[in-house]
Ligand binder design. Structure first.
Ligand code: C2E
Ligand code: CA
Ligand code: CA
Length: 841
């Protein structure tokens, strides 16, 4: 271990110093000449004793001690032959240490060090060839030779002394040797010069009158006592000043600053001691340790290096209430020592200042932590930890003001069927889905900013996008990350999303950029695409859409929805076998609105359940009234697959069937967007529950991208509806013909009913019938769809006075006659949009 090594080296060094002192003494004992008077040696030895016991503490702690012992040694070697000088110094030094009650090993070290120094300094006198001052030959030697010899001896003595002390201090305190030497020179140089001067003066006094030599010890004592007092006063003043400065310096903000300043301040007050501050914060014990040379350790108490030595501990930051103290201020000594009263007082004052500073810093830290947390909470979503709408808004505004604004792209997405996940699997599952989605988006988006806008809506702000094509590519990549199915307690869910993209381009305003991305998202949903880029040309209708969203809750409440019916006809006979309920929104300002304008909004608004109930009620009311009039028609109601995932739907349906007295098998529910539902087995379960009520299930818009073949096998279905786009192209497109043919084949082999939509021409009816399709609907059999009462009247009137028919029989060369148009209303989506725009202006 390092500590042990240093201790061994120290012992070795002290031992060798003692040995060399003994060696010098032995040499002196062998080579001294007898002399007639022992008076002078006795005086010199007394001088050494007095000088060695006159100690002045230069620093607060007894680390740096000044004695005029060096001067006494110089006087000894100048006055006496070297062996005598060596013996006198050895005897004097030992006596002095005994008087001082020094520990034996210290006494031995100090006495040996002085003895050896005397021998070496004496050797220099001999080498220069100067006889002792107190000898007969001395008179013939010029005074400056003495001065020279004394100077050289002083240098040698000082060097030996300093080397010995430096080495011992550095080994004992484990500081670097160089640092210890620097301090020794710094503090000791003046003392060495003073030694030389005192020695020279003493010799001059002796030359003037040998008796004066006896008075020197007295002079030495007086001088050093006054010196000691001056040093004490100076030290006192310095200490108070540095206490004031240290306590002032503590009023920095920040705990680290306070503690590090405290270490420095305490080290100024108590030089040469190790200062330690121990702090208990949040269950951790932190230790900061240092001294005059700065902070040496700052960290966990457990990993701090072992520190030894007696300590004084002052508790810090204890509340008046008597709580556990926040920490401890600790002074560590190298050796057992006591503080003076003044030091004790200073320490208490300083610790009180430190306590206050620590409490303030801790309070300040807590306040700023709270402020940071509030700022964070205000801009982040608690569930997913993603930035929220506000953060996105601020950041986008910032970037839009910057130089790279043109390369920004905003992507908006929401999850399809998220509400169903919540409703069927519970909110915990919903939360887990959101967290997972957030994680995937974050990973996939790289350095782009991902935000949660609320509910199942997310936004991603891309920067440095070179082109709109690049933006679409990035968006697709991000969406891909959501495709991997998610396991929710065994239920595998694959998420479907559509995303809208808007490039910053000329829109400088964050609100506008977000609105455009929003518009694009609905465009994507409507067109069944994954990603849609905002297109200004298609925007104005969407503006209305956003306004409609606001009016929706009122519309549901005030029953602004009406239902009209389109007859479904047996293609061969022209007989009406069913009617499909189609919903309109009788908007008080905008007039009748087609489903395309509001269905999406309803699905996203959470109003889907009450809406579905209203439509079911109207449809079954109509069916019941027709039945009473003798027309037992199948009634077809469109339902969003979202409703199907609603576990309450079967109950609602049963209640409505019972209420209106319509048998379950008379109701057909038409499902669209089956591509999406195919993945959610909850939907399949919902459909199965309806089948238990004998309710029929139809797959709407069959053959289009909304629908998928696999859904036929997953969802229990009774009927397929051929999308009207195929019917429209039947005459002109062989592909459309092939699709229709295969749908009819599929229906036949699965024993499903097949109904064709959008039959506008007699030729289409004919072609479909020839392909094996038995029923269909479309403007050929009457346009537009009528109210329940109007349809009843039409049925009662019948075609060619045959009630319940709308067209002639398809017999060899069948003739189909259109119903007269009612009013002048032309119902196409294009006109709806023009209408809406006109009304907006
Ligand atoms: P859909 O189920 O495919 O309904 C047929 C749509 O085609 C209706 O449009 C109907 O007016 C139109 N149509 C039928 N025959 C012809 C024709 O010969 N020529 C032309 N040009 N159009 C024809 P509508 O009423 O705008 O409904 C659009 C879609 O809205 C419906 O498509 C259906 O998916 C949905 N929808 C309508 N009512 C409801 C409802 O109450 N609930 C739900 N969930 N969806 C509904
Ligand atoms: Ca339909
Ligand atoms: Ca359809």
């Amino acid at each position: 271990m390092k500590d042990n090594e240093a201790r061994r080296t120290l012992r070795l060094f002290v031992g060798s110093v003692v040995l060399s002192g003994l060696a010098c003494l032995a040499w002196a004992a062998l080579s001294f000449d007898a002399r007639e008077s022992l008076l002078l040696p006795l005086i010199v030895a007394g001088l050494v004793v007095v000088a060695s016991t006159c100690r002045v503490q230069v620093n607060v702690r007894a680390q740096f001690i000044v004695t005029p012992a060096g001067a006494a040694i110089l006087v000894a070697v100048a006055m006496l032959p070297t062996p005598w000088a060596t013996i006198c110094v050895a005897v004097g030094a030992v006596v002095a240490r005994v008087l001082l009650r020094q520990q034996p090993h210290k006494a031995a070290f100090n006495a040996s060090k002085d003895t050896a120094a005397a021998t070496v300094a004496g050797a220099i006198f001999q080498a220069v060839g100067v006889p002792p001052v107190a000898s007969a030959e001395a008179a013939s030697v010029p005074w400056w030779t003495y001065l020279l010899a004394l100077g050289a001896a002083a240098v040698a003595q000082a060097m030996l002394d300093m080397l010995a002390i430096t080495t011992v201090v550095s080994l004992a305190s484990r500081t670097s040797w160089r640092r210890a030497l620097a301090r020794e020179i710094d503090a000791g140089a003046a003392v060495r010069l003073a030694d030389l001067a005192v020695a020279a003066a003493t010799i001059v006094l002796y030359l003037v009158n040998p008796l004066l030599l006896a008075a020197t010890p007295l002079a030495v004592v007086v001088t050093f006592l006054s010196q000691r007092h001056r040093t004490y006063l100076r030290e006192e003043r310095r200490a108070w000043q540095s206490l004031a400065a240290s306590t002032d310096a503590l009023s920095t903000s920040g705990l680290d600053g306070v503690i590090h300043t405290a270490i420095k301040g305490a080290a100024d007050l108590f030089p040469d001691l190790e200062i330690e501050v121990e702090l208990r914060l949040g269950g951790n014990l932190r230790v900061v340790r240092g001294g005059q040379f700065g902070v040496l350790y700052d960290g966990d108490a457990a990993s701090a290096p072992v520190a030894t030595g007696p300590t004084i501990d002052i508790p810090l930051g204890a509340n008046p209430g008597g709580d556990e103290p926040l920490g401890m201020l600790r002074l560590r000594f190298r050796v057992e020592a006591r503080l003076t009263d003044r030091e004790q007082h200073m320490l208490t004052t300083f610790a009180a200042g430190l306590s206050t500073a620590i409490r303030n810093a801790a309070a300040y830290a807590e306040v700023s932590r709270l402020a940071d947390k509030n700022a964070y909470d205000a801009t982040h979503d608690a569930l997913t930890d993603l930035p929220n709408r506000r953060y996105l808004y601020e950041r986008t505004t910032e970037l839009l003001a910057g130089p790279d604004r043109e390369q920004l792209a905003m992507m908006l997405l929401d999850l399809d069927y998220f509400k169903e996940v919540n409703d069927t699997l519970g909110h915990d599952a919903g939360d887990r889905v959101l967290v997972e989605v957030a994680d995937r988006l974050r990973t996939a988006a790289g350095n782009a900013l991902v935000a949660r806008l609320g509910g199942d809506e997310f936004a991603i702000l891309f920067s440095a996008i070179p082109s709109s094509a690049a933006a679409v590519r990035r968006a697709r990549d991000v969406l891909k990350s959501l495709h991997r199915p998610m396991d929710l307690d065994g239920v595998l869910i694959s998420l479907h999303t559509s995303a809208g993209l808007a490039i910053a381009g000329d829109s400088t305003d964050t609100g506008e950029l977000l609105r455009r991305a929003d518009v694009a998202m609905y465009q994507a949903k409507d067109s069944g695409r994954q990603v849609a880029l905002y297109a200004r040309a298609r925007d104005s209708a969407d503006l209305t859409r956003l306004e409609l969203a606001g009016a929706l809750p009122r519309a549901v409440e005030d029953n602004e929805f009406t239902v009209v019916f389109q007859p479904i006809v047996d293609l061969a006979s022209g007989k009406v076998i069913a009617a499909e309920a189609l919903t309109r929104w009788a908007h008080p300002d905008l007039g009748d609105l087609p489903p395309s304008t509001f269905l999406g909004l309803i699905e996203r608004s959470g109003l889907l359940t009450p809406f579905t109930e209203v439509v079911l009620d109207r449809a079954l009311t109509a069916a019941a009234s027709w039945r009473r009039a003798g027309f037992d028609l199948q009634i077809a109601v469109n339902v969003s697959p979202r409703s199907l995932a609603d576990p309450a739907l079967p109950r609602t349906v049963r209640r409505a069937l019972e209420q209106y007295g319509v048998p379950g098998e008379r109701l057909t529910l038409e499902l669209t967007e089956t591509a999406a539902i195919g993945h959610l087995d909850v939907v399949t379960r919902g459909a199965a529950a309806l089948r238990d009520l004998d309710v029929q299930i139809a797959l709407d818009d069959f053959g289009t991208r909304h629908s998928s073949l696999s859904a036929v096998f997953q969802v229990p279905v009774n009927e397929l509806k051929i999308d009207r786009t195929f019917v429209a192209e039947l005459d002109s497109s062989p592909e459309a013909m092939a699709v229709v043919r295969s749908i009819i084949e599929l229906g036949r082999s699965l024993d499903h009913e097949v109904v064709a939509e959008g039959i506008e021409e007699a030729s289409q009816r004919q072609a479909l019938w020839e392909l094996g399709c038995t029923s269909g609907q479309g403007s050929l059999f009457g346009w537009p769809p009528q109210s329940s009462e109007d349809l009843l009247a039409t049925l009662q009137r019948g075609y060619n006075d045959v009630p319940g028919t709308l067209a002639a029989e398809l017999h060899p060369e069948a003739q189909v006659v259109r119903l007269p148009r009612q009013g002048s209303r032309v119902d196409t989506e294009a006109v709806d949009e023009v209408d809406l725009q006109a009304k907006r202006r």
